[in-house]
Unconditional design. Structure first.
Ligand code: IVH
Length: 682
């Protein structure tokens, strides 16, 4: 950590942006919510202490994540805000005191509800008929997921007419989520089908909702719980569709045909409100779905306008976040696994324990230092923590373990690889231990499995166990070997008859046509994930072009820093990397490149940021048009941006940033010119 607040603010913003993207765009968080919250709090504290460092676009002022390009943008009638968080009773009290003061000093009544761990959704009904479903997105603009939410049975397609005439327009807000039991059954099905299992119900719900094909969403057990009345039109003040309290809103929504929580509590004092929140926490497992906190709302809706909101969240509501859940269990063993880069990771084998909404039987221990620091030893009763999602963690030994009779000595990191028996090395200053043998069976299997995985070449039927079989039969050791396989070579291996061998070869054959960026991902170069691979392949569209790229050329690309540039060059110039690139190219892999569109590559290597909607294009379509001409279309402006195309309702933060960095901004009418010529209009 640095002492320079400006540097720390910058580092925190970068980290927060990274994790926001993992959470909202990839539906694959890398850290627990609690850790993410801690980063935001640290940033907020620094910004408060150094107001000169606070910026309009800081994540402390904005909500949610970037938008996926898979769905059309929807500008919300009123912003979909987030909630401020309270982490303990004192923070809850301070929020309530402030609300009382802002509301004129009268005591307040609170509506306390479980905080469902799902995805915020806005549903628009026109004359009582469902016309649109939109995600929150960045709070101002969400994604149109109407086709997908239409498959959710707990979402009424028509509002219950028994309530009288429906409003001309009403927006209902709530959460799309997955019940725990339904999630587990779905995950079992996914595994049976050879598909990836989801980490937790929230990610499963997000992944299911974000399917491009709504018939897939229809097979996923999604639910919807309504909790808020959004903007309305044609509603007479004081009528049924204008309840004066939040608990009245819940009743109205139930009457209209929505599922609402049955556990809402109206608390007549701050103390009652604190008790209600504590009860939600103690009873969280009694619910059939995951909750990650409680939401407290001022019950009297007529006060909302006076209470107002910050740029991010209303002052009339707050989220009380639950701390990560902890349970104790027995540490049965500490084992190590070898990854595709040779990195050796210790992990805890646990007596299965239900914590944070799932059963945990294994937990990573990260590296040698972490095991030493935690000093957990086989046979210990250990504390396991899981923050509702992401990776379970062993916190340390439960009290009293140090003096446990028969406790073994400190765990020693093995000195040889469990797979190949080769030596394990820990390079100076590194926390990771590595198996340095490039021919290690485990590394080869992991590397090939990754090459064939969905993120990379997406070769159907080539999962880890099939790869292991091919490696053990000495048929492949490198991804390039896959392209030398014939059905005759595979036939006769266990589980591979004539048909399945032919099918597998056809799948491998088909992967030659995968675009270049997937091949780059498949190489498994450190830090080169989908984003870096896309950017690189747009500028260097063949494997031989990548092989001869220099660090400077790569680092000049928007979105590629010197570290990633160095990694690519280091790989391409290593004996192993050079041979692999050559052999893959000879095998005809990735030759279609990213310029396979057949269009002139007018924007080769240029980063064009698009903001707002462009007539005649969906967001997806506009970005695809840039990619098809060799360009990239990142989600944010940086000094490497070639230009920003501003359509209707552009993002203010992108325009401000472009102005600050003197990046040219062109209007929607110039987009065609840009695509055709690759130059800015005169
Ligand atoms: S009310 C202005 N009520 O939590 C936003 N939100 O961390 C008012 N959430 O964006 C939201 N359960 O996605 C509300 N009972 C509940 C909720 C709830 C879950 C989510 C919602 C919100 C997020 C904030």
């Amino acid at each position: 950590m640095t002492d320079d607040p400006a540097a720390r603010v910058h580092a925190l913003r970068t980290l927060i942006a990274h994790h926001t993207e993992r959470y909202y765009l990839d539906d694959a968080p890398e850290i627990a919510d609690a850790e993410f919250d801690a980063l935001v709090r640290e940033l907020r504290a620094l910004e408060e202490a150094h107001p000169d460092l606070a910026g309009e676009t800081s994540p402390t002022r904005t909500v949610g994540g970037a938008l996926s390009t898979a769905f059309s943008p929807v500008v919300h009638a009123a912003p979909m805000q987030s909630l401020d968080n309270a982490f303990d009773d004192d923070e809850l009290r301070a929020w309530a005191d402030r609300a009382v003061k802002l509301a004129g000093g009268h005591p307040l009544t609170f509506c306390c509800e479980p905080k469902i761990d799902g995805l915020a959704m806005s549903l628009t009904y026109v004359d009582g008929v469902l016309v649109r479903g939109a995600t929150r997105g960045d709070g101002t603009t969400g994604e149109d997921v109407t086709d997908n939410i239409a498959t959710i049975s707990s979402i009424p397609k028509v509002l219950n007419p028994d309530l009288g005439a429906p409003p001309a327009l009403v927006e209902i807000r709530g959460e799309v989520y997955m019940e725990r039991a339904a999630f587990e059954a779905m995950n079992r099905r996914q595994l049976e089908l050879g598909e990836k299992a989801f980490v937790n119900p929230r990610n499963a719900a997000a992944g299911s909702l974000r399917q491009k094909d709504s018939s897939i969403t229809a097979t996923r057990p999604l639910s919807f719980l309504a909790y808020l009345l959004g903007p309305t039109e044609g509603v007479a003040p004081g009528s049924a569709w204008d309840p004066s309290t939040q608990h009245g809103v819940l009743e109205l929504l139930r009457g209209a045909g929505f599922t609402v929580t049955s556990r809402a509590v109206v608390a007549a004092s701050v103390e009652e409100m604190l008790e209600a929140c504590a009860r939600f926490e103690a009873e969280r497992h009694l619910l059939s779905f995951d909750i990650d906190g409680a939401v407290v709302k001022v019950d009297d809706r007529t006060l909302y306008e006076d209470l107002g909101s910050t740029s991010r969240a209303p002052r009339w509501a707050i989220a009380k976040k639950f701390p990560p859940e902890e349970r104790t269990t027995t540490l049965l063993d500490i084992q190590i696994s070898v990854g595709r880069t040779g990195r050796v990771t210790p992990f805890a084998v646990l007596e299965p324990v239900f914590v944070g909404g799932t059963t945990v039987a294994m937990a990573t221990l990260h590296n040698e230092d972490q095991v030493a620091l935690k000093d957990v030893r086989p046979g210990d009763v250990v504390v396991v923590r899981k923050a509702g999602d992401v990776i379970p963690e062993v916190v340390g030994p439960a009290p009293g373990q140090a003096t446990r009779p028969g406790r073994p000595g400190p765990w020693q990191f093995p000195s040889t690889c469990p797979s190949c028996g080769g030596p394990l090395a820990r390079l100076n200053g590194e926390s990771d231990t590595t198996c340095v043998n490039r021919s290690c069976r485990a590394q080869i299997i992991q590397g090939l499995t990754y090459f064939a995985s969905r993120t990379a070449l997406d070769i159907e039927g080539l999962g880890e166990s099939r790869v292991a079989q091919l490696v053990d039969a000495v048929l492949v050791t490198s991804p390039a070997d896959l392209y030398t396989l014939t059905p005759a070579m595979l036939e006769g291996l266990e589980g591979l008859g004539e048909i399945s061998a032919t099918k597998l070869c056809a799948a491998i054959e088909g992967s030659r046509r995968q675009p270049m960026h997937r091949v780059l991902i498949g190489l498994g170069i450190h830090d080169v994930g989908p984003a870096a691979a896309r950017i690189t392949s747009a500028a260097f569209p063949t494997l031989s072009a990548v092989a001869s790229a220099t660090v400077d050329q790569l680092a000049a690309l928007d979105g590629i820093g010197p570290v990633i540039a160095g990694r690519i060059v280091e790989f391409a110039q290593s004996a192993h990397g050079r041979t692999l690139l050559e052999r893959l190219e000879q095998a005809g892999v990735g030759v279609e490149g990213s310029g396979g569109s057949g269009l002139p590559q007018t924007l080769l290597g240029k980063a064009v940021v698009i903001t707002g909607s462009l007539e005649g294009y969906t967001r997806d379509g506009a970005e695809a048009a840039v990619l098809a001409r060799g360009g990239t279309s990142p989600g944010s402006v940086s000094k490497k941006t070639f230009c920003v195309v501003a359509g209707d309702a552009p993002g203010a933060s992108k325009l401000t940033k472009a102005e600050t960095l003197s990046i040219p901004i062109v209007d929607a009418a110039s987009f065609e010119h840009l695509l055709t010529t690759g130059t800015l209009p005169e």
